[in-house]
Design a protein around this ligand. Sequence first.
Ligand code: ATP
Ligand code: MG
Length: 305
Amino acid sequence: MDAVTADNLRKSFGSVKAVDDVSIRISEGEIYGFLGPNGAGKTTTIRMLTGVLIPDSGTVSIFGTDVHKDPLAAKMKMSVIPENGTVYSDLTAFQNVLLTAKFYGMEKKEREERAVDILKRLGLLERKDTLVRSFSKGMRQRVSIAAAIVHSPRLLILDEPTTGLDVQSRRLVIDTIRHMNSEGSTILLTTHNIEEANALCSNISVINKGKIVATESPEKLKKNFDTSGYVEVSFDRPVGEDIFSSPGLIRAESWGDKWRLFSDDPDFAVRYLLSVAEREKLKIVSIATSNPTLEEAFVRLTGEA
Ligand SMILES: Nc1ncnc2c1ncn2[C@@H]1O[C@H](COP(=O)(O)OP(=O)(O)OP(=O)(O)O)[C@@H](O)[C@H]1O
Ligand SMILES: [Mg+2]
């Protein structure tokens, strides 16, 4: 069964089409990423998926339950961490986590054990009895995540879970997301961090100006672009394109005082270049290889410079 099925979602705010015909399928067990620049419509989409915002048109179901017809039942199947988190400042970290656990009907012993386990995982155990009021932004974000996952939701939705976190907190959060997934939770997260999407997600939808412009695995996304690897070389004197000719090359591009030779096989391209240099009596001044990057794919898809 699909964890999330959304069809033809649309939402406008005045003349702004924040979400313009978005459809998504997320299979159970996936870590699915929404990748897009600021203002792309990620949060608006999430809010419609979670029943916070009514779409102008379109439907959403969570594990087969229609979010707009049966919001309560749908909400019991998921846990949401909104863009700015949600925590009760007048409670301790421990109490915040216990509260959700209680809300979802966990037994006392189980909720205490689980709360301790999760706070430990998120590096908050020593501070568990401190009021959240005094916590830093990164600590609050981690409390918010701890509370959202204590009851092992079938679907966990996180809107930019790592934005504004330092390297260490970010790592704790990413490890926790992976751990939840390995324990069976399906994950949907938004990010504008390409590396994060690459490292975590099995599938990514790139969203730009309210529309999904691609849905692929990170590896396929990279491959689909003409970003097959290239070797960049410069010689001690100018050469013409005609010296590069081989079935193993996709093309040669002149690039300032350098040449970029595109090939699916960087090893071949390097060897080929050496043979050309030899044949043409050229001295290689510099040579470097470059792999396709997700960033390149993203930039091309979203047209952002
Ligand atoms: N409540 C609202 N009222 C008016 N316009 C809104 C509202 N919510 C979102 N928008 C507009 O919809 C568009 C999409 O916003 P959204 O918050 O979904 O983007 P986002 O992808 O989450 O961006 P970010 O990466 O900055 O969080 C933006 O143009 C935004 O100004
Ligand atoms: Mg957002």
